[in-house]
Design a protein. Structure first.
Length: 267
């Protein structure tokens, strides 16, 4: 009897130890999952503060990119690297071309695209091509400029409410524009033309993100133009819209910097 009681005590102790180990492993697994999500978010949206890294919601994380101090009149002497410890820091800005006429390319970023821009200081050029671009700059992104010698990054504050008109650049669904289903139109005459052959057009891409900030597939890659003017889009939270105005001069008095896509809500 005494021997059996000793065995029972031993079995009970072993069971308790097994349960304790199981709980510890479960707790470690949960911690590992949380850490993995934070690391993923940190990689996609590298932060200048611990608070930003710990956020697990895409929209909340993006909000921290607004209101960053801008940089006026920086000279282009080569590739411009975005880094939280350098002059050009991650953030959402209006990139303004101050001198030159050429291309701006964004690489190693959420969105890589080629923008044609003109000098904002030259009124004639400024009426013909873009001089201002809304850009979402992330950690370790590289900007490449061609035939542009000087530019500025203007501070962009968190909007008080979403808009239904967006120009050239990167825009956040849930912040800059509300989620929903929209028919597209524009603030310029889509049937206008130059030299009888060139019509203005605006290209757009919609890029989906997961809750932890990972880039997913491009949900839409389309154009709004003379040949394709009947366009419907569905916008959801955790998406970024990239819009590019491809124009040649003014159309019904609207300059490229002022060209906008209009998003008309469909009930």
């Amino acid at each position: 009897m005494k021997k059996n009681f000793s065995v029972l005590l031993l079995l009970t102790a072993c069971f308790s130890l097994t349960v304790a180990c199981s709980k510890q492993e479960s707790k470690s697994s949960d911690t590992s999952t949380t850490q993995s999500q934070s690391e993923s978010l940190s990689t996609s949206f590298s932060s200048s503060s611990k608070e930003e890294v710990e956020k697990s919601n895409f929209i909340d994380s993006v909000k921290t990119y607004y209101g960053k101090p801008g940089v006026d009149n920086f000279y282009i002497t080569g590739e411009v690297k975005v880094n939280k410890d350098s002059e050009i820091k991650p953030g959402i800005y209006d990139l303004v071309i101050e001198q030159g006429r050429g291309n701006v390319m964004s690489t190693q970023s959420i969105i890589s695209e080629n923008y044609v821009a003109a000098s904002a200081g030259n009124s004639e050029d400024n009426e013909e091509t873009l001089s201002k671009i809304r850009m979402f700059l992330t950690q370790d992104e590289i900007l490449k400029f061609s035939n542009i010698s000087k530019a500025s990054l203007k501070q962009v504050n968190l909007p008080e409410k979403p808009s239904d008109e967006l120009g050239t650049g990167d825009w956040i669904v849930g912040i800059d524009i509300a989620p929903g289903t929209y028919k597209l139109s524009s603030n310029y005459d889509v049937n206008a033309n130059k030299d009888g052959q060139f019509y203005p057009r605006m290209e757009f891409k919609i890029i989906q993100f997961s809750e932890d900030g990972k880039k997913e597939k491009i949900a839409n890659d389309n154009k709004y133009n003379h040949d394709n003017s009947d366009v419907l889009v569905k916008l959801q939270d955790n998406q970024i819209i990239q819009i590019i105005a491809d124009s040649y001069g003014q159309y019904n008095g609207v300059k490229p910097d002022d060209m906008k896509l209009k998003f008309n809500k469909v009930n």
